[in-house]
Design a protein around this ligand. Structure first.
Ligand code: GTP
Ligand code: MG
Length: 177
């Protein structure tokens, strides 16, 4: 029997920022152009290899960002070992709301490893969030920051791997399986 770890990770952020697209790109390797809102939550799993001699299974809870799911979210957050705080670089409001997502996650999960993710970097010419603002926010949270594109796949594997590493190193939430 090979030992390993199971990490529950949550993906949060405003509706339409690309949480499902990032998760599907990572877990299945493809991209869908049309928007299909996530109803409640969807679960995905993928094993990652951090070169530690044991497999890590990421159980990804891709949450629905629509306001109507607010009451359900604490249930999804329970037991999360880490998460991605996602905004859309072409949508200023989604960036402004990151602070609320950060506070909500902290309220239910405490200080778990999180990564700030600016998605849709393929649309860089339409960006509405400046590099300085992104940097300032990540620094205020004291967390890493990545820019990704679920469409092209840029940085998508890296961000999930970084999160797995971050969780492993801080040793929060890892369970033997
Ligand atoms: P909710 O489930 O409602 O919370 O939304 P979500 O955050 O899961 O958004 P979703 O992944 O469904 O993506 C919303 C729309 O943005 C879809 O039309 C996607 O095709 C598009 N999209 C997602 N990621 C990218 C990206 O990196 N680049 C571009 N150009 N479009 C993207
Ligand atoms: Mg979704």
């Amino acid at each position: 029997m090979t030992e390993g770890y199971l990490f529950k990770v949550i993906v949060v952020g405003d509706a339409g920022v690309g949480k499902t697209s990032l998760t599907i790109r990572f877990a299945h390797g493809y991209f869908i152009d049309s928007y299909l809102m996530t109803i409640g939550v969807d679960l995905y799993t993928k094993n990652v290899d951090l070169g530690i001699g044991k497999p890590i299974k990421l159980q990804i809870w891709d949450t629905g960002g629509q306001e109507r799911f607010k009451k359900l979210r604490p249930l999804y957050y329970k037991g999360a070992a880490g998460g991605l705080l996602v905004y859309d670089i072409t949508n200023k409001n989604s960036f402004k709301h990151v602070k609320n997502w950060f506070n909500e996650v902290q309220r239910y999960c405490g200080r778990i490893p999180l990564i700030l993710v600016g998605n849709k970097v393929d649309l860089i010419k339409d960006r509405k969030v400046s590099v300085a603002e992104e940097k300032r926010l990540a620094e205020s949270f004291k967390i890493p920051h990545y820019r990704t594109s679920a469409k092209t796949g840029e940085n998508v594997n890296d961000v999930f791997l970084k999160l797995a590493k971050f969780i492993y190193e801080t040793s929060i939430g890892g369970k033997n399986i």
